[in-house]
Design a protein around this ligand. Structure first.
Ligand SMILES: NC(=O)c1ccc[n+]([C@@H]2O[C@H](COP(=O)([O-])OP(=O)(O)OC[C@H]3O[C@@H](n4cnc5c(N)ncnc54)[C@H](O)[C@@H]3O)[C@@H](O)[C@H]2O)c1
Ligand SMILES: [Zn+2]
Ligand SMILES: [Zn+2]
Length: 361
């Protein structure tokens, strides 16, 4: 019997989100129903609502969550009812060409639930990133559930399910930041701050935070930024060069998703350095760069999906670092809100002074 629970949907492009009844089917083969305990509000949810990802409305929003497995379908062995899990949007298939090459963090055929959750009139919902966790319960592929220590705080560790993992991994996995490196991070929201924390954790010695909001820059210091640049009044490229002996940073992470910040990242890296685009652009955006500069500077221009993470490897490791006090996940939780407050949280996100609003159920 499908269960009726409350969930937050985006019905049409740009329309305010709504809290409505949704139907969650019993888990079929390979699926799990998860009782959501906490789910962070990520900028990508707002991109969905604004039609910036695709047009498959209505969306069931929410995708950085932790909860408890309530029921599993036939053939599920990786998790069992009662397990405390972080939901991931990279349930690797093990069979695609990336997986077969031994690079499962690039998996091109990740698993989601086969059945669809619906509105009470039967309209099928598109769960954000195949998760849909601004809901009391959600249906996912069992592989989307990564089991972690049950006594970790759900509001904090749930953030590993998207933004924090994406930022940490953009710096450490995709950017390959190491001990002694210099890194600049442009855009210090939840994702950028996690990139800073990641660089700090692995021992980068120059960590430059760039944002247009002084409050974000103040917080960035808490995550390990050694220098801050407000790019509203200072040229960030010149400032980053000056702070790195005139050369530019070894790695520059772009965590905004805009052409102007991408160009800053491009010019602020050292020769043979790495640019990592983790911010998600909307489909209309273009960038134009001199080809000779792309060639002449060498190095690499990369993008980072989900921080090139492998949930089964990275979530438990980051939960360990958190529990040991070496990675301050709690500092990402700016406010805890109710499931009816997601629209207000989008406004707060636009207003600036928040890393993550987390819906607690
Ligand atoms: N690649 C991935 O897997 C992945 C995962 C999660 C989120 N994202 C994307 O990462 C981006 C950041 O997400 P978030 O949740 O941290 O968003 P956020 O809104 O919390 O943070 C964005 C930050 O960028 C700053 N900013 C805006 N314009 C700027 C500019 N011109 N120069 C410098 N800073 C500027 C804002 O002040 C803010 O601090 C979004 O595009 C989001 O969709 C990507
Ligand atoms: Zn695969
Ligand atoms: Zn996200």
């Amino acid at each position: 019997m499908p269960q009726t629970v409350q969930g937050v949907i985006a019905r049409a492009k740009g329309a305010p989100v709504e809290l409505v009844d949704i139907l969650v089917p019993d888990p079929g083969p390979g699926e799990a129903v998860v009782k959501v305990e906490a789910c962070g509000v990520c900028h990508t949810d707002l991109h969905y609502r604004e039609g910036g990802i695709n047009e498959e409305f209505p969306f069931l929003l929410g995708h950085e969550a932790a909860g408890t497995v309530e029921a599993v379908g036939e053939g599920v062995t990786e998790v069992a009812p009662g397990d405390f899990v972080i939901l991931n949007w990279r349930a690797v298939c093990g069979q695609c060409r990336a997986c077969l090459k031994g690079k499962p963090w690039y998996c091109f055929s990740t698993h989601n639930a086969t059945q669809r959750m619906t509105l009470s009139d039967g309209t099928e919902l598109s769960p954000a990133l195949g998760i849909g966790a601004f809901a009391e319960k959600t249906l996912v592929a069992a592989g989307q559930c990564t089991k972690v220590d049950a006594d970790a705080e759900a509001a904090a560790v749930g953030l590993l399910g998207c933004g924090v993992m994406a930022g940490f991994g953009a710096a450490v996995n995709t950017g390959g930041v190491q001990r002694g490196d210099s890194i600049a991070v442009i855009g210090c929201g939840g994702v950028g701050s996690a990139a800073i924390a990641g660089a700090h954790t692995v021992g980068a010695t120059t960590i430059i935070a760039v944002d247009v909001d002084d409050r974000k820059l103040e917080r960035a210091k808490r995550f390990g930024a050694t220098h801050t640049v407000n790019s509203k009044d200072t040229d960030p490229v010149a400032a980053i060069r000056e702070l790195t002996g005139g050369h530019g940073a070894d790695v520059v992470v772009e965590a905004v998703g805009r052409p102007e910040t991408y160009e800053q990242a491009f010019y602020a890296r050292d020769l043979a350095g790495t640019v990592v685009l983790v911010g998600v652009p909307t489909p209309d955006l273009q960038v134009t760069l001199p080809l000779i500069e792309i060639f002449g500077r060498g190095g690499s221009l990369k993008s980072s999906w989900y921080g090139d993470c492998l949930p089964s490897r990275d979530f438990p490791m980051l939960v360990d670092l958190y529990r040991q006090g070496r990675f301050d996940l709690d500092a990402f939780v700016t406010e805890k809100i109710g499931i009816g407050d997601v629209e207000a949280a989008f406004e707060t996100m636009r207003g600036g002074d928040v890393l993550r609003s987390v819906v607690v159920l």
